[in-house]
Design a protein around this ligand. Structure first.
Ligand code: GDP
Ligand code: K
Ligand code: MG
Length: 297
């Protein structure tokens, strides 16, 4: 029998903090190295590329799959819809140790129209009993016609290989789109901005203002293995600025600490992270502001 190489694009979706980044880090088993400086938006980016002897899987982020708000919501929603047209499968992640919430249901609703296989990944099984895992499977089976349900722990790595194996089964025959050693196309700036944005979501949880944009203003080397990064967090109102900064600056300090750690890990150098919060009124409804933030190209 002839060996055929398989390849394809897989969208990774799920509300914040379900473990998408942790899973991706585990799949590529090394820190993300930067391979390209090509300008692109944050709308439909490559999270990572898995390549082995049999297949290449390009994992894509689809940030548009969350509740639309204002103009930004429209742009992102369209992009999200587009991205669901050109892919071969969807990985839908949930936190198995938490009750399903509106965030999970919203994402699931968005997936209803897709024609490609949707895989449910029940993450954080290290925090669950066997009974709880079985219960989750039954619960979600009733909601959607999943191609497969895969319980994993992205943290411990338990059953993560099954994700790649199951995807491999349904991928079409295809070429190697990217070189073997390329594992992401994210420019450093966007990566840094994305990490800060994630930590904001993590620290603010439900309080996170919908109108938030993170922009890396400056990124430069400062001596050997030292990087200075200046980031601006844009919000629409003073009240939102106060939320982001937190009482006595505690929230922003924690965001900075967590983001710095992760950026250092990703870049492999020590980082001085300088985060500022600025109010830019109604930025989402101004097309000029949108293009400034990179949502139009
Ligand atoms: P994302 O927002 O979906 O990308 O989620 P992250 O990958 O950033 O993970 C959010 C939090 O959940 C982090 O604190 C992770 O360490 C934690 N986490 C992710 N996967 C697991 C898991 O399998 N088990 C446990 N216990 N924690 C996890
Ligand atoms: K996160
Ligand atoms: Mg993430």
């Amino acid at each position: 029998m002839e060996d055929t190489f398989k390849s394809g694009f897989v969208a990774v979706v799920g509300r914040p903090n379900v473990g998408k980044s942790t899973l991706i880090n585990h799949i590529i088993k090394q820190k993300v190295s930067i391979v390209s400086d090509k300008a692109q938006t944050t709308r439909n980016r490559i999270l990572c590329i898995h390549t082995d002897e049999e297949c290449q899987i390009v994992f894509l982020d689809t940030p548009g799959i969350h509740k639309p708000h204002h103009k930004l919501g429209e742009f992102m929603d369209e992009a999200a819809y587009q991205s669901l047209q050109d892919i071969d499968a969807v990985l839908f992640l949930i936190s198995g140790n938490e009750k399903k919430g509106p965030g999970d249901l919203f994402v699931l609703d968005k997936l209803k129209g897709t024609k490609v296989p949707v895989f449910l990944v029940i993450n954080k099984t290290d925090l669950m009993s066997r009974e709880e895992i079985l219960h989750k499977i039954t619960e979600y089976n009733a909601l959607f016609d999943f191609a497969q349900i895969i319980p994993i722990s992205a943290l411990t790595g338990d059953n993560v290989d099954a994700v790649v194996d199951e995807l491999k089964k349904i991928l079409p025959e295809g070429p190697k789109y990217f070189p073997d050693d390329m594992i992401t196309d994210q420019p450093e700036r966007l990566l840094a901005a994305e990490i800060v944005r994630e930590k904001l979501f993590q620290c603010l949880r439900d309080e996170v203002p919908h109108s938030i944009a993170v922009y890396v203003e400056e990124m430069k080397n400062r001596g050997h293995n030292k990087v200075y990064i200046r980031v601006t967090v844009y919000v629409e109102r003073d009240s939102q600025k106060r939320i982001v900064i937190g009482k006595n600056g505690t929230i922003l300090k924690e965001v900075g600490r967590l983001a710095r750690q992760e950026i250092e890990h990703v870049l492999g150098s020590s980082v001085f992270l300088d985060i500022w919060v600025k109010v830019k009124k109604d930025w989402r409804n101004k097309p000029s502001a949108l293009s400034e933030f990179g949502y139009k190209n």
